[in-house]
Design a protein around this ligand. Structure first.
Ligand code: FAD
Length: 644
């Protein structure tokens, strides 16, 4: 079979143009790699440029006031919740100031006082005031500044290209740790044109696995592409650790901050909007003190946004659980700002809620409605939904318990190179550097730091051209024939990619997300594995050349789902219990509490193509490196290039 394609060669290819990929491209140029190219679904696609929150946070070393901070202190914060390597934590801390100031110098206007201090605030899991923000759209403004720089540098950018295959070959300089190397990718565009990209290095910046979940606050259309690397046997870490929380679904947005602090009425309805009821009552009861408790927990959701298993039994995460359970019973859940929860009485609220609301100028709470409180405390919050054609004065806001972020992902070295595939650099959310919990804002920091690290290593270790182009091209062409053959078969498949994806996402949200029960997990894994096998054999139907890439996307999404479920099932069977943003249920429905002995471990997951199986094992966390940092010694080692 002869398949026509375009061939493009570049020294270093950046796949994905979120905040992480864009920064990598800019830094590669700054390091002296001239031949850099970005290939992406679109400069306006992905999470970074399309998302935000009440006050979207960027985490970095504290740069203000007289509170002492240091890279080691910050690394300790990263490691404190468990499941994070100390060396990665130290790098993310040490490089954070540099990466942050890079953004500032590109024009991202993080606020300072009159003396140039970057004022900070405390975010979740943060003992200091390391967090900063430029408002709801921090990551979007980061992207815009980076895109301006990419354009100034004339870095070629191919948009509307969908990577459908990552290409690897045996590593000619094979080490036991890195038996393979990356050599390129294959993309498909919406006209059905194939392109083979061959490159010395691949910066893989494809974002988090948004496409795995039905209830998701990842931007619509952002699916991620971690499955491409997993299929090539890239090792992964902590796939089990993600962040979930309450978000609106019509316009995907976290309902954190004032959206909850004004204590809206929470209502569920049938699918068609009938039979409304305040379902939280079933769990709390109707007497005044229980209603007060419920309303106080709702208030707390404002600044305890991510679901936290430690706050399930008595804390604010119980609200997330109840919302999740209600939607799983095929009911829709809404926040109603037009009226107070039935029986709402300010006197029954917790002292914390009362004090906060009083300080915010909310007197005589009983005489106001949630929308009136929101209008007073944060009118921009109402305006934000109005801009997306949701009028909180007139309609209820539909919400769900949503996937938001994957702390885990591909396993990288402290230079953000894949630990087992040479020349492959997972940066951004697809890199699984984080552990069980992370301080708010550290995802954006990690993306920038990873980009700096990858660019620096590429310049110092991989600037030469070592690729056997003829061999790589042969491998690519063979793959292309397989892809084309698969697409021909898929055309006549009985199931359509849309339906299959819907099923997959529903299953993942129901059984493979934050709420984990052994029996349903096994079912989910079995069904997903069967789906993947069927998908490989029969394909999934698509409508034409314009959506052929979506059928191929189902392949890597289903593979990723299978791998994630496999990891989650292994972790649950290991007895890790409930931790971070996940809860494990025993067969009798009781919550299994955390087994703290797993805190110093990381779950490693990898596909083996020879046996067609996925294996998992626990690895001990490496400690935070210690060094006397004697300047002369550090300088010599640096000059001699031994740090790379
Ligand atoms: C609602 C919400 C709020 C958040 N708030 C915060 C916060 O306050 N602080 C914080 O630190 N983090 C936050 N996060 C997380 C953070 O925004 C993301 O982790 C981060 O933006 C990811 O950046 P990235 O560059 O890795 O990926 P993305 O920005 O998702 O970019 C991925 C890129 O890869 C491209 N791509 C993907 N697949 C393919 C393919 N097959 N072929 C070609 N291109 C492809 C995409 O089009 C895109 O260009 C939040 C996330 C959400 C969803």
């Amino acid at each position: 079979m002869k398949v026509t394609f375009e061939l493009r060669r570049t020294h270093t290819l950046v796949v994905g143009s979120g905040a992480a990929g864009l920064c990598a491209a800019v830094r590669l140029r700054a390091e002296g790699i001239d031949d850099v190219r970005i290939v992406t679904e679109g400069l306006n696609a992905g999470t970074s440029i399309n998302t935000g929150s009440d006050k979207q946070t960027y985490y970095k070393l504290s740069l203000c006031g007289d509170e002492p901070d240091s890279p080691v202190e910050m690394a300790k914060t990263y490691c404190s919740a468990g499941g994070m390597h100390g060396d990665l934590a130290l790098v993310e801390a040490a490089v954070s100031a540099r990466a942050f100031l890079h953004l500032v110098n590109l024009g991202v206007s993080f606020p300072t006082d009159a003396f140039g201090q970057f004022a900070g605030y405390k975010t979740d899991h943060d003992p200091r005031r390391r967090a900063t923000s430029i408002g709801p759209y921090t990551s979007r403004e980061m992207c815009r500044a980076l895109i301006r720089r990419v354009k100034e540098l004339n870095i070629p950018t191919d948009e509307e290209e969908f990577a459908v295959e990552l290409l690897t070959v045996p590593n000619e300089h094979a080490t036991p740790k890195q038996p393979k190397r990356a050599v390129g990718i294959i993309t498909l565009n919406t006209s059905g044109r194939w392109t083979i990209y061959l490159a010395e290095n691949i910066v893989f910046a494809v974002g988090g696995p948004g496409g795995l979940y039905k209830t998701s606050v990842y931007p619509t259309g952002h699916t991620g592409a971690i499955g491409l690397a997993l299929r090539e046997e890239a090792a992964a870490a902590n796939l089990t650790e993600s962040q979930f929380g309450l978000a609106s679904v019509k316009h995907r947005w976290n309902v954190s901050g004032t959206y909850m602090q004004v204590i809206p009425r929470v209502v569920s309805t049938d699918n068609d909007g009938r039979n409304p009821r305040e379902f939280l009552r079933d769990a709390f009861g109707n007497d005044a003190s229980e209603i007060g408790k419920m309303d106080s927990l709702l208030f707390l959701k404002g600044y305890q946004w991510p679901f936290d298993s430690r706050k399930l039994q008595e804390g604010s995460s119980f609200i997330d659980f109840l919302v999740y359970r209600e939607t799983m019973e095929h009911r829709r859940v809404f926040l109603d700002y037009k009226q107070n929860p039935t029986g709402f009485d300010a006197a029954a609220l917790s002292e914390e809620a009362k004090t906060y609301l009083a300080k915010s100028g909310m007197t005589n709470l009983n005489a106001t409605t949630p929308i009136e409180r929101l209008e007073k405390m944060n009118p921009a919050a109402i305006q934000m939904y109005r801009e997306h054609e949701i009028d909180l004065y007139r309609e209820m806001l539909e919400i769900a318990f949503c996937a938001q972020h994957n702390n885990g992902g591909l396993a990288g070295t402290h230079w953000w190179e894949s630990i087992n595939i040479a020349h492959l650099f997972p940066v951004g959310e697809v890199n699984g550097s984080h552990g069980t919990a992370r301080p708010g804002g550290s995802a954006l920091n990690a993306g920038q730091v990873g980009a700096f690290r990858a660019a620096e290593l590429i310049q110092h270790r991989y600037a030469e051209t070592t690729l056997d182009v003829d061999y790589a091209l042969q491998v690519a062409q063979d793959r292309l024939v397989q892809l084309q053959t698969w697409c021909e078969t898929a055309k006549t498949s009985k199931t359509h990619w849309r339906k299959e994806r819907e099923n997959l996402q529903y299953r993942m949200s129901q059984m493979g997300g934050a709420m984990r029960a052994m029996n349903t997990l096994d079912t989910a894994l079995q069904v997903t594995t069967e789906d993947y096998e069927r998908l490989l054999k029969d394909g999934v139907a698509y409508d034409g050349e314009h959506d052929k890439h979506e059928a191929l996307r189902n392949r890597h999404l289903t593979f990723a789902a299978m791998t994630y479920l496999n990891a989650v099932s292994f972790a649950v069977k290991s007895g890790v219990g409930s931790r971070g943003s996940s809860v494990v249920f025993a067969p009798d429905g009781n919550v299994i509490s955390e087994n703290a002995s797993f805190r110093d471990k990381i779950l490693m997951t990898q596909y083996d193509s020879a046996t067609q199986s996925i294996t998992n094992h626990w690895q001990s966390c490496r400690p935070i490196p210690e060094s006397d940092l004697w300047f002369e010694t550090v300088w010599t080692t640096y000059r001699e290039g031994k740090i790379y």
